[in-house]
Design a protein around this ligand. Structure first.
Ligand SMILES: C[S@@+](CC[C@H](N)C(=O)[O-])C[C@H]1O[C@@H](n2cnc3c(N)ncnc32)[C@H](O)[C@@H]1O
Length: 327
């Protein structure tokens, strides 16, 4: 229990280490504290205490000569590691987010989003105006997507489709993976204008020439005519009314045989230590009405949007694919 209660220290220590770029500094090999302190402009004795704590946690290793080295765990804080979590460390420990985490008590008592209460704006609006936080969040979305995409592509056959639309698709990493695996497929990416301004994953994957990139509001309308509408880790941000609106907007423009493909975590069963449960609290804190749903709740949401849930396909990532057709 004490370890759980003291977890705040670990999160802040990892955040500061990520913000100072310590893991990047150690990529080429171990370095001593004076050297690290001078490149990061930190006070050597305080930086030493921070790194000593993280060496105790297995993130770094303190060598016999006093130099610090990265462990495989610590290497995930490098900017360019394939399994990098640096952007999440930057976001989750940022002072603006720390204020939000401190609002859990009020969220539990009132059911309201702590983010909205603390920052007087919805998260999407706030991060659009705060470049550092917005960049860390959007880059983390892309990273996390990359880490889940191969599981998605391996679990669903996209080859019968000609055109897929990714609704709330971020910077396009999911769409990039699907188009790369299906060379004759074309795609549409829809997200907020400021997010799709940088569709780097589509360019890096060399699929941008098969894509239409649209800035817009999925609560208003989504582009017509795709054979499949992917809605990945989007509905979790919204209450049932808004989530049904997003699904209904897709259903309204889908061809007769079109598919809605909701890709989300499903809520685990009682007492199951599933990551869906802390993630659900993240939604309670950050997004008004946001939640992780059970399969039964999704079935009801599909029905409310004029869709019928046809299949639930687990993947080798925390996400499942919920396939829907017109009711
Ligand atoms: C949790 S992220 C998921 C991103 C992506 N689908 C993925 O799996 O990585 C939710 C996305 O919804 C987008 N979004 C929020 N409000 C939106 C709106 N009204 N219209 C379009 N996109 C929106 C956000 O910008 C963000 O990229």
């Amino acid at each position: 229990m004490l370890q759980m209660l003291n977890a705040f220290l670990t999160v802040q220590a990892l955040h500061v280490t990520a913000a100072l770029g310590i893991a990047d500094q150690l990529t080429a090999g171990p370095r001593n504290i004076d050297d690290l302190a001078s490149t990061t402009r930190a006070r050597p004795s305080s930086l030493y205490r921070l790194l000593r704590m993280l060496a105790g946690a297995g993130v770094l290793r303190e060598e016999a000569d006093g130099r610090f080295a990265l462990t495989p765990l610590g290497a995930t804080l490098r900017t360019d590691a394939p399994d990098s979590v640096r952007d999440w460390a930057l976001f989750v420990g940022a002072p603006e987010m720390w204020q939000v985490w401190g609002g859990l008590r009020a969220s539990v008592l009132t059911g309201q989003s702590a983010f909205q209460r603390v920052h007087s704006a919805p998260m999407w609006e706030y991060i659009a105006g705060h470049a550092d936080l917005g960049t860390a969040f959007n880059r983390w979305m892309t990273r996390q997507s990359n880490q889940h995409n191969s599981a998605l592509v391996a679990s669903y056959d996209f080859s019968p489709f000609r055109l897929v639309a990714d609704i709330g698709g971020g910077q396009g990493s999911t769409l990039a993976a699907i188009l790369q695996a299906n060379p004759s497929l074309r795609g549409i990416l829809l997200d907020l204008a400021q997010v799709v301004a940088d569709p780097a994953p589509l360019m890096q994957a060399g699929v941008i020439n098969r894509c239409e990139v649209l800035g817009g509001d999925m609560l208003e309308a989504v582009p017509a005519g795709a054979d499949a509408y992917i809605i990945k880790r989007v509905l979790m941000d919204w209450d049932d009314e808004h989530a049904a609106t997003i699904l209904r907007n897709c259903a309204a423009v889908m061809p007769e045989a079109g598919k809605a493909l909701v890709v989300e975590m499903l809520m685990g069963s009682a007492n199951d230590p599933s990551p869906s449960k802390p993630f659900d609290i993240l939604m309670l804190l950050n997004q008004p009405g946001g939640r992780i749903r059970t399969e039964v709740e999704f079935r009801a949401l599909f029905t409310a949007a004029g869709l019928r849930l046809t299949r639930v396909i687990p993947t080798a990532s925390p996400n499942s694919i919920l396939e829907g057709v017109r009711a």
